[in-house]
Design a protein. Structure first.
Length: 384
């Protein structure tokens, strides 16, 4: 194996990240990548820049904890649903109203769990529920944001909402599908989503630094732990830099635990999860049900041209954040805060890229660093 050539090419990844930091596109990043080649495991590890710029300057480290944003969807919520399907308490093709009866309102009985997982349910992709709660607080004077009552308020409005298109007619990525799925997990397991995911996913897989941050009743993280967390946005309506609390406004309003956002983790734990997925897919592990996991990784064609698998994205030719080299049989997901995970199932390539791109940056861009980093990593790993 041409290690010197591979290492020289991998240096381009660090240079690309440093260039993005210098251009104030991101404060910092952690990238972990692995792929087998010629009987050996090729690995890349990088931590660059700053985890926190304000209120103090703290360096990015390999152990920095990130607000994963929408990586919550595949890692916590989708995997929870997978386990419940395996146990026979959830059916992918059952109507959502079987588990959440109020969902049947406004002619939604045809919407199934499979529709929610593929973003083809017809629910609106997003609504500013936090703004409705802020308005209610101003009118009534009572504290609602981050309370259990606020979570109930958001979930009820999602479940009672109407459809913008027929189920399966279009795939429109959004959060409401996964807020509903989080409610399904809680309804059938009789546990909170964070408790179920910890007991059934994080602890069994050794993901000791993966967690939600509940905010009600004085919740939050201790300062010692907070100093390991990458900060996110200087939020205008919360009037502070978000550091150790979820960035997503609806997840925050719901108390920090939701099906679409709220998970915090390290690159190492995300890599551990990805390697488990690969090992199960290749029948080297029984940590998750293999046949069902393979089903979840398959494109569902809802509708026919959709690239969505069950809870996972797959590469869209010419416009995927995975870049040019991840095969059609890859799965992945991104998060608004600057996070991503891509897994090439047959090639066994994994790239975990975690950044704090919404923290103290000079401008918001299309964030083209993600496909660039993926391309540079794969070009290095595949170097001849």
């Amino acid at each position: 194996m041409k290690w010197s050539l591979i290492n020289r090419k991998l240096q381009k990844v660090d240079r690309a990240i440093d260039k993005a930091i210098a251009a104030a596109e991101i404060p910092g990043a952690v990238v972990l990548a692995e792929m087998p080649r010629e009987g050996e495991q090729v690995e890349f590890r990088s931590a660059r820049g700053l985890a926190v710029v304000r209120p103090e300057r703290l360096p990015m480290t390999p152990d920095t904890i990130f607000d994963l944003a929408s990586l919550t969807k595949p890692i916590a919520t989708t995997t929870s649903i997978l386990l419940l399907v395996h146990e026979g308490v959830v059916d992918l093709d059952a109507p959502v109203s079987k588990y959440l009866p109020v969902f049947s309102e406004r002619e939604k009985d045809a919407v199934t769990i499979r529709h929610l997982l593929t973003h083809s349910s017809g629910l609106k992709p997003w609504r500013a529920f936090h703004e409705l709660l802020i308005q209610r607080e101003r009118k009534t004077g009572e504290r609602l944001l981050t309370t259990p009552e606020a979570k109930e308020f958001v979930v009820e409005r999602v479940l009672r909402s109407g459809l913008v298109h027929e189920p399966g007619e279009a795939a429109v990525y959004g959060d409401l599908d996964f807020i509903a799925l989080g409610a399904v997990v809680e309804a059938v397991s009789h546990q909170s989503l964070d408790a179920f995911a910890k007991q059934r996913i994080f602890d069994p897989l050794g993901m000791q630094e993966t967690f939600f941050v509940p905010l009600h009743e004085g919740g939050g993280v201790p300062d010692r732990l907070r100093r390991r967390i990458a900060a996110t946005e200087n939020c205008p309506w919360r009037e502070r830099i978000l550091w150790g609390e979820v960035h997503d406004p609806n997840a925050w309003a719901m108390g920090g635990v939701a099906g679409h956002a709220g998970l915090f983790s390290t690159a190492g734990d995300v890599m551990r999860f990805a390697k488990t997925v690969l090992d199960v897919w290749h029948d080297r592990s029984d940590a998750l049900p293999r046949d069902l996991l393979r089903t979840f990784c398959e494109r569902q064609r809802l509708p026919e041209k959709s690239d969505w698998a069950l809870g996972w994205d797959t590469p869209t030719e010419g416009q995927s954040t995975s870049g040019r080299y991840f095969s059609e049989r890859s799965i992945g997901h991104t998060g608004f805060t600057g996070t991503s995970l891509w897994i090439d199932l047959p090639r066994e390539a994994i790239v975990v890229m975690l950044t704090n791109r919404v923290h103290q940056v000079a401008k918001r861009s299309r964030f083209e660093l993600r496909p660039l980093v993926h391309d540079l990593v794969r070009e290095a790993f595949d170097a001849e």
